[in-house]
Design a protein around this ligand. Structure first.
Ligand SMILES: O=C(O)[C@@H](CO)OP(=O)(O)O
Length: 213
């Protein structure tokens, strides 16, 4: 009974190119290249998991992830489910659409770190890890024994290292997760069992034929 969780970071996005905070209002979706990458992801994933049978597709609620999930869902004949637990930072409304550099400097919280937010009104890293990890575990439990595609953000992919690999909330290493990359974890144990299932990292930040920007 193998459970496969396939994490996808959204394709190239407008917020990324413009360097703005891409919350529900500030996110203007994918660039033309991002749309092309989303279609390519759909092709790659369907050939990868063709034998797995029905596949569920989830995304965060942010436009860049929703737009990336659309062709993937269409390729599998399923409607992607938007889950806010898979979002990147839940930034405060005042920050949405601001230049990221300005948000980070003008609204920096002195002493911000793991449990205290880096910016005024933002989530702390620990809060993000718990939120994303909880969403991942709920999805894994719901779809145990099958294959799920989770379209999100750098932080969604990072969250899996905490949820599935019991990494401490303050990790001793960083992760570089390019747009339109695939990261895959599997387990043959019950994802809802106790003690927690052991997961295997099958691939990390796989960008297929694309070159890193
Ligand atoms: O929200 C963002 O700008 C970043 C934060 O790292 O995430 P992503 O580009 O993956 O959406």
């Amino acid at each position: 009974m193998r459970t496969r969780l396939i994490f996808v970071r959204h394709g190239e996005s407008v917020h990324q190119l413009e360097g703005i905070v891409g919350g529900p209002r500030g996110c203007r979706g994918l660039t033309a290249l991002g749309h092309e990458q989303a279609h390519d992801l759909a092709n790659r994933l369907t050939s990868d998991v063709a034998a797995d049978g029905p596949v569920a597709v989830y995304s965060s609620v942010l436009r860049r992830a929703v737009e990336t999930a659309q062709p993937i869902g269409a390729a599998f004949g399923v409607r992607p489910v938007a889950d806010c637990g898979l979002c990147t930072w839940h930034t405060p409304p005042y920050a949405d659409g601001l230049p990221t550099a300005r948000f980070r400097t003008e609204h920096a919280v002195p002493g911000g770190g793991v449990f205290r937010p880096f910016e005024e009104g933002n989530e702390s890293w620990a809060e993000l890890v718990v939120r994303v990890s909880r969403a991942i575990m709920e999805i894994a439990h719901r779809h145990r024994g099958s294959t799920v595609v989770l379209v999100g953000h750098s932080e969604t992919v990072e969250g899996a290292f905490h949820a599935l690999a019991a990494q401490p909330v303050f990790r001793a290493f960083d992760l570089d997760v390019p747009p339109a990359s695939i990261t895959e974890w599997t387990t043959d144990h019950d994802p809802g069992g106790w003690p927690p299932a052991r997961w295997t990292l099958r691939r990390f930040a796989d960008i297929g034929g694309w070159t890193r920007g």
